[in-house]
Structure formats: C-alpha cells, structure tokens
Design a protein around this ligand. Structure first.
Ligand code: PHE
Length: 358
C-alpha cells in the first residue's frame, strides 16, 4: 500500500519538475512503459490472494489514472510553452533590406512585343486583339482575296476539320493578323489607329519558318492619312526599334489583295565581314509589308472609301527580334530550352520604355 503512495508522490514531483517535453516523455516511460514502475505493480497482482488483489488493483488503477492525467496536463502546458518559445526564436527582422534576385527571364518575343508597343504607343496607337481561330471570311474574303486566288494557297492555311458550313464560315487558324483589321473596322468608327500583336499560323517548318509565329499589324484610318504618313511612321519606328539614327530605307512595289498600292519596306544593312549590321551599308534587308488600305476592304467593313482612307502594315516579330538580337535560328524560339532563354532572355525588372531607351 505504502508502495503505491510513495510511487505516487515521487511521480507527481518528477512530473511537476519536468521542464521540457523530452524529460516528460522519459517519466511517462519510467511509469507506464513496458518496464515502467506502475506496469511492474500491475504484474504483481497475479501472485496475490483474491481479496488483496481487489483492493491493491483498485489502488494501482487509480494511481495509473492519476499519473496519466498529470502527464497529459503537464504535456499541454509544456507544449504551449514550446510553441511560444519557438515563435519567439523564429522572429524575423523585417527591417532587413531586400536583395532582389530575379530568377527567370523574359522571352525575346515578349520583350520585342513590349518594345514595339512602347514605340507605337508613343505615336498614339492603341493595342487591339482578335481570335487565333478565325473563319475564311475574316482571314481572306473580307480582305479582298478573290475566290480561288493563289494567295489563299500561298498561306499554307491550317483548316479546322469540322468546318463544313458555308465557305465563309470555314474555320481556320489565322494566317496573318490582318483579320483583326476587319474585326476592328466592323466594330469601330474611324478615326482608327491600332497595332495588333499576335500569334499566326502557317504549315511550314525550316530555319526561317515555324508553324506558329508572331506578327505585328498596324492600321490607320481617317480622312486624310496618305502614303507619306505611312512612310514616316515606319521609318521612325525602324530607327527607334533598331536604335540607329541614320537608316536608309526603300519601299519596293509589291502586292497584297488588301492594300493598293502595296509595298515592301527594306532597311539598309552591312553584310561585309560575314556579320550583319543594321544601318548604312551596301546591302538591303526586307523588313515588312505595307500599303494603303484597298477601297474594297473599307467597303466590306461598311466604311465609305470616298470619305475615308488609310494605311496598313504587317511584320514578323521573330524576324525583327532575330535581326535586333542576333538570334540565328527561328526554331529555337519555341524549343523551351532554358539555357537558350538564360542567354537570350531579358531581365524581368527592366521593362522597355522610351524614356530609358529600348
Ligand atoms: N498580312 C500580310 C502578310 O502576312 C502583311 C501585311 C499587312 C501587308 C498589312 C500589308 C498590310 O504577309
């Protein structure tokens, strides 16, 4: 009997004195573990007379319950203390200066689009967008492509397999950003001054062609814009974009069904010595297609060609990015190689703007 009382007071003392969870756990094992003191008392019961066993058993059970409760209480107290202590120890000094470590890089296409937008926004253009999945009407018919005209075939169009409705509704992946000209002119009244950056698709694949690529389209419609404005706008753009003050340019007659007259713009470059330098030199480099919007296109959009006129242009974004940043193979843009992106990519914290230079 006294054995039980003695063990009880001894365990009580030890439990109250325990200052951390580890020493409390040791006490629990000492008392209630396989070889613990209370467990040992229980084992003695077997050798006792029934009467004695009943009384002693009740006492040991009570002791066991008491000690278990004491252990639980103490555990709760110590655990709460441990959390407080940990929170205190883990405090952070919020006044420490931030050291920016930008991981990741901006893809050259995103960078180039941002640069182009910055330049044209400065000239008063706003950005317009349209769907990648187009129909024959917006991509060709409304842009004055005659039925069965070879230009339709020239674009190596991806048609969607489910397009069985009327010809104009045949769905396709847009082959250029020009259908957004149509969408804008049908939903907006002139004056219009927009650029359209976006993805375009043609079934082609080699060093200079990928089935998906990007174009930037421009459209200006008002009552007085003429070819001189077209030239001035594009010459200014190229000088700013390539960062050269002296840039020879020439406009060669060309053909697009949706512009008349049409032209291709070349910029001067120097290929001597094996490299390629944009600016004054003996050589020329084709950079974009452009022209005055064809009266039929204006008519197709419900705009009176006797009152309104304007120009449009379109250029390949990868192409100008390759020229500006010396990227030799178009296909690498879309291979998702992080080493390539590390090399050709741009700092996420330095976004292009005209004030600081592109
Ligand atoms: N859409 C033409 C192309 O993809 C480019 C262009 C746009 C030409 C606007 C003239 C005017 O080749």
């Amino acid at each position: 009997m006294s054995q039980v009382i003695q063990l009880k007071s001894e365990l009580e003392q030890r439990i109250n004195a325990a200052n951390d969870l580890d020493s409390l756990e040791k006490i629990r094992v000492d008392a209630l573990g396989k070889k613990g003191a209370i467990t040992a008392l229980m084992q003695n019961l077997g050798a006792m007379q029934p009467e004695e066993r009943k009384a002693f058993g009740a006492q040991v059970n009570e002791l066991k319950d008491n000690v278990t409760r004491l252990l639980e209480d103490r555990f709760k107290t110590l655990k709460a203390g441990a959390i407080t202590a940990r929170l205190k120890a883990e405090q952070q000094d919020m006044t420490l200066p931030v050291t920016p470590q930008a991981k990741g890089k901006i893809h050259p296409i995103s960078q180039t689009v941002d640069e182009m937008i910055a330049i044209f926004a400065d000239m008063g253009f706003t950005v317009a967008e349209g769907p990648d999945i187009e129909d024959d009407f917006h991509n060709f018919t409304a842009l004055n492509f005659p039925e069965a005209h070879p230009a339709r075939a020239m674009h190596d169009t991806f048609y969607l397999p489910d397009a069985t409705e009327g010809k104009d509704k045949k769905r396709l992946l847009r082959t250029h950003t020009s259908p957004v000209q149509i969408r804008t002119m049908m939903s907006q009244k002139p004056p219009i001054r927009i650029i359209i950056p976006g993805r375009t698709y043609r079934s082609d694949y080699d060093m200079t062609h990928t089935p998906m690529f990007h174009q930037l389209e421009g459209l200006v419609i008002d009552k007085s814009t003429h070819m001189g404005h077209l030239k001035g706008c594009l010459i200014d753009f190229c000088k700013t974009f390539f960062g050269v003050n002296e840039l020879p340019t020439r406009f060669r007659p060309s053909f697009f069904p949706f512009t008349e007259p049409s032209a291709e713009m070349d910029i001067g470059c120097d290929r001597s010595g094996g490299g390629l330098k944009i600016g004054a030199g003996k050589d020329w480099l084709e950079i974009l297609g452009c022209g005055m919007v064809h009266p039929n296109v204006l008519k197709n959009c419900g705009i009176d060609p006797d009152v309104y006129q304007g120009f449009a242009f379109g250029m390949g974004i990868e192409r100008v990015a390759m020229l500006k940043y010396g990227i030799p193979d178009l296909r690498t843009f879309f291979e998702g190689d992080t080493r390539w992106l590390d090399h050709y990519g741009f700092d996420a914290l330095e976004r292009p703007n005209l004030a600081t230079g592109l």
